[in-house]
Every structure is written in C-alpha cells, then in structure tokens.
Design a protein around this ligand. Sequence first.
Ligand code: NAI
Length: 330
Amino acid sequence: MNIKVKVFSSKLYDEEFFNRFNDKKLILEYLPYRLNEQTVGLAEGAQAVCCFVNDVIDSTVIRALKEQGISLVALRCAGFNNVDLEAAKTHGITVCRVPDYSPFAVAEHAVALILDLNRNIHRAYNRVRENDYSLKGLMGFDLYGKKVGVIGAGKIGKAFINIMQGFGCEVLVADPFVKQAELPNGCSLVSNSALFEQCNIVSLHCPLTPETHHLINEQTIQNMQPGVMLINTSRGALVDTAAVIKALKSRHIGYLGIDVYEEEADLFFEDLSNTFIEDDIFARLQTFPNVVITGHQAFFTKEAMQRIAEVTLDNINNYSLGKIDDMYCV
Ligand code: NAI
C-alpha cells in the first residue's frame, strides 16, 4: 500500500518539486496551513506528515499525531528546533530531516547580505530608478583584510568560510564541537568572546538550542567592535532583537543582515502587502537604512529544492520499508 503523506505549510514550489521527484508514487496531499495544535486534526488519514521550519511540532501536536496513527514526521529542512524530540521519542514517532541539501545556498545568501549591506546595493537600486546618481551615504569598505567571525563551523559555516577566505578575509571561528584540524586551512578557532572582540563581521551558522538562544544579546553586543556587521541566516531566536535595535540606535551595530527573525512564523512565507505589520519590533527593524531583511529564503535555490524533495521522499519511502538511514533521523 502506498503511504499517504500530508504536506503542511505547502507552497506551489513545494508541490512542483515534490511531484517531479515522486517516483515511488507516495500519496501526497498538500495543505497550505502550518502544522500546530489548531491544525493537527487535518493530518487524519495519513501515515506521515511532512513539515517545514515554522510548523510547531510540540508535545501536544506529537500526542495528537500519535492518536491519529501517524508515526513519521518528515521535516523538509535541516534545523529541527521546532520539534519536541523527547515527546516524539516517548510516543514512538520517528523524526527525519534533510541534513545537507545545499550548504552553498545558505552560505552564498549570507555573503549576498554582506555585499549588499557593505556596498548599499539596496539603496543604490532605488536611487538609480529615481535617476538619482549621487553617491552620498553609499561608501563601503574593502572586504579584503577584514576579520570575519563565524559562529558554528558545520556544513554551512565551512562553505561560508571558504567564500570569505576567497575575498582575502581573515576568518575566526567559534564552535565548541569542532577541532582546529577539522577547519579549512588558515582560519583560527577562538572563544566566542575573542571572536566578538576582534571581528568586523559576525555571521551565525550554529543551530538554535537552549545554549544558543539569544547568543547575541546586550552583553555580547557590547563586546563587539563598534560598527560591526551582524549576519544571521541561521535561526531568528539566536538574536535578541530588542537588544540589536538598541545597538543599531546607538550605532554600535553598523549593519544588520537577517534572513530569519525570532517571531517570523506570523510573517514570513506569506504575502502581507494588503495588511499592516502588527509586530512593532519587526516594523522598527524595517526603518533602518543599514538593515537588510529577507524572508527566510537562504535555502531557496533550484539545487537545494531538488535535493530537499529527493531526500524527503527517500526518507519517507525508506521509513515505510523499515530501512531509514540513521544520518537522516534526529
Ligand atoms: P551543521 O549541523 O552542519 O553545523 C552546525 C554547527 O554548529 C556544528 O559545527 C556545531 O558544532 C555548531 N554548534 C553547535 N552548538 C554551537 C554553539 N553553542 N556555538 C557555536 N557553534 C555551535 O548545520 P548546518 O547545515 O551548517 O546548518 C546550520 C544552521 O543553519 C541550521 O541549524 C539551521 O538553523 C540554519 N539553516 C538556515 C537555513 C535558511 O534558509 N536560512 C537553511 C538551512 C539551515
């Protein structure tokens, strides 16, 4: 019997890629809703659910899934901070993910934010469209020779290091779980505080865990170089947004580039252009000329979407055959 999967938070591009690679003919039902306590009833009739970054798979949802006979949560993303893994274990629900779909997609997006912020491309674009060719306020700095701090040197962090070294930057890395020998040649493993003290650019590439929640806060910002550029393409809650706004206002943070935001679930992936933003903190962030925000799109390349579809479908098929690979389970 073909396994039935309810695909939550689904967009047309998810449908397009999943349908294209669904060789084994899983029965996929696409739902535009986020999975949470209110919507979990929609999973009825399926054997598995497929979820994305802002679905809330907490203990209540896990219990409800179990009661409906669902035993697999197939994440179509790398991070799994939105799943209560303890509850999943207790209820015998397997959780799988796509650990390495394209580290380049995310690393390259982090670099895009750096280049845009540094050279004020977002402002220049608007000026030129208005026939304003003045350069006032657009001055950037050479990346060559600058110190770049990387928090978390996993797959994405390493891809990012390689690119920044290509620009001639000196790279410092903070990651409690890697050894110097595992890092690309030429970068140095240091403590968080040494990294914050020395770097002109700080880019976050670690997962969101209880230890990394609000890793960037009032205190850590104080340790950073005045005028520092902060980049977050990892998870929003690594950063205390209120503290960052304070530091932008005092000009201690000189540039902010984010693809993720701690309260993004009610904003990102939707067209809200006919309404207004209720989140005053997010609205304040949007007022700074030296802040660039993208709506969780760092993963969004053709190559990454293909790999996400292929691995997620493989995970579900392999699970149904009882042979899912440990490296895809969390
Ligand atoms: P990975 O598991 O390969 O690497 C994570 C690294 O962070 C590991 O080296 C680990 O040792 C390190 N780490 C763990 N705790 C740390 C801490 N307290 N301080 C410093 N480093 C720490 O993961 P990968 O694939 O590189 O992804 C990193 C993160 O990027 C994911 O957890 C996810 O949150 C985010 N991501 C964002 C995407 C987007 O579209 N914006 C897409 C994909 C991932």
